[in-house]
Design a protein around this ligand. Sequence first.
Ligand SMILES: Nc1ncnc2c1ncn2[C@@H]1O[C@H](COP(=O)(O)OP(=O)(O)OP(=O)(O)O)[C@@H](O)[C@H]1O
Ligand SMILES: [Mg+2]
Length: 472
Amino acid sequence: MKKEKIKILIIDDDPKVSWLLSEGLSDYEFVSARDGSEGIQMVTTEKPDLVLLDIKMPGISGLEVLERLSRLPSRPEIIMLSGHGETDNIAKSKHLGAAEFIHKPFEVKEIEIRVQAVLEAKKLREEVRELKSQLKSRNQYEQFIGDSPKMMQVKSIIEQVAGSELTVLIRGESGTGKEIVARMLHNMSTRADEPFTKVNCAAIPRDLLEAELFGYEKGAFTGAHKTKPGRFEVANKGSIFLDEIGDMPLELQSKLLQVLEQQEFVRVGGIHNIHVDVRIICATNKNLEEAIRRGGFRDDLFYRLNEITVFLPPLRSRTEDISLLVNHFLKKYGDLYQKPTMALSPETMSKLLQFAWPGNVRQLENLIKQVVVRGDESIVTEMLSNLIHSPEYVQTPDLPPSGGSPAVLSESGNVFSLKHRVGAAIANEERRLISEVLTKTNWNRRKAADLLEISYRSLLYKIKEYNLNSIK
Ligand SMILES: Nc1ncnc2c1ncn2[C@@H]1O[C@H](COP(=O)(O)OP(=O)(O)OP(=O)(O)O)[C@@H](O)[C@H]1O
Ligand SMILES: [Mg+2]
């Protein structure tokens, strides 16, 4: 281990100890305190890497100093020094977290060896902790599938902001993975070992939501028999995930804004401010800008929540991820139901690639789960055709055999949009007719354009748009 500027605090009433060590061990920086109270103070002001602590001192004893230092959130390594090495003191010191116990009189060399060993062990522990946290991040990614450019962008934002204290707003349609992202942001942060609390603002009746989030005092309302802390208090030092934030009632939005600005709030029926240290992560599939225009969402809260936005793209806009997700779910449910991992045929996979997935990854996951449970991929065709004929689904023109763009929902996400449905039907008919005329004219594009009574250029454009292909 490199002995560069390691700072050691000696707490001993005997000045000889400090003199001996600083003379004998020139590679370390020594500071010293003559009694326990001075020593405790110097731990905070000097921030030493290690403390050599005498047990028998006037005033506070070494064991008491050790006990007080153990209450600090983080403290340096401590080696006890004593001429009175009864087994009782050794046991107590170990129990209170001392790393070593050295008998007086000691050899300077012995101190050097023990100090090195203690600091090396500390460094190893830190390395293990760091590796564990890296492993945790990697495990997070193993559950978060997608390497399309859009998802790579999402992952890079997550990596950049996970360690920060910034409030994150996660947006995206239902089933795109907003909750997974919220959990990843917590698990990859320094708060990972502290609580992660999820509150679904849409699922809790509005008159109960305030008490749920901020807690209540005994007698605050009928049924409040005893004081109860809210989710913000439970999440202290950790993260709170406010899901469906777009459904939070206006009156609560101002209270939330106060927590965001001052990290303080008052319980329902309470008078005292409660201070919390909580990181806030929110998610919504609602159009918050629209809600602001309608007066249903505070714009100041929106700007405060929106410090960082992670936008999860719909599955239909990143079809490259579908086969990865399919294989991930085949393995996940194969393992869960103790069945051999299935592989889908290229024909089935191509059907999955061409579907619009209005329910996004959740819908794909449910479908694959059923394939695994029933051990039969042929149900994909049956289920997709049921879904396509359901009113929630809007399809673009028939897909050419060679592939083409996947079916899409209306841009606004409104599946009943008349404009979009009619547009899709017209496009469907247009594609069919052009394809028929091209076959009839043996792919003579000029003849086909004449017959269709459109310009040659528009025909070329439409052939490209509909991905029509002369090779069948
Ligand atoms: N990228 C992904 N990799 C693996 N699984 C995913 C991914 N995205 C979503 N899922 C899975 O899809 C399901 C839905 O994800 P999640 O609950 O996070 O969606 P959501 O965006 O919160 O949806 P909602 O708005 O309906 O609450 C979960 O089972 C989740 O594990
Ligand atoms: Mg969700």
